[in-house]
Design a protein around this ligand. Structure first.
Ligand SMILES: [Zn+2]
Length: 88
């Protein structure tokens, strides 16, 4: 199934190469989001921690963790739309 929700970072909505929380949505891979720097399975464990992490990231200006992965035409607001509905 091609489901962007499973591929999106819960904090910033950046689409990952593989599901941050696995196919079942409960097996984090502990990779780091190239965009917001969240470690999957750590800062994004609960709805509350996701919101705290997102606020921190936005307060800091939405900076990229790995700048080389930033698309040239990056649109933060478009990306934020990818955030899974349960974590918005
Ligand atoms: Zn992220």
């Amino acid at each position: 199934m091609d489901n962007n929700e499973n591929l999106a970072c819960r904090v910033c909505g950046f689409i990952q190469c593989e599901e941050p929380w696995g196919e079942d949505g409960s097996t984090p891979n502990f990779m780091i989001c190239a965009c917001c720097g969240t470690e999957f399975g750590y800062e994004d464990c609960t709805k509350e921690s996701v919101k705290v992490q997102r606020d921190k990231w936005l307060d800091a200006g939405g900076r990229w963790w790995e700048l080389k992965n930033k698309p040239n035409n990056w649109d933060m607001n478009e990306q934020l739309k990818n955030i899974p509905i349960d974590y918005k």
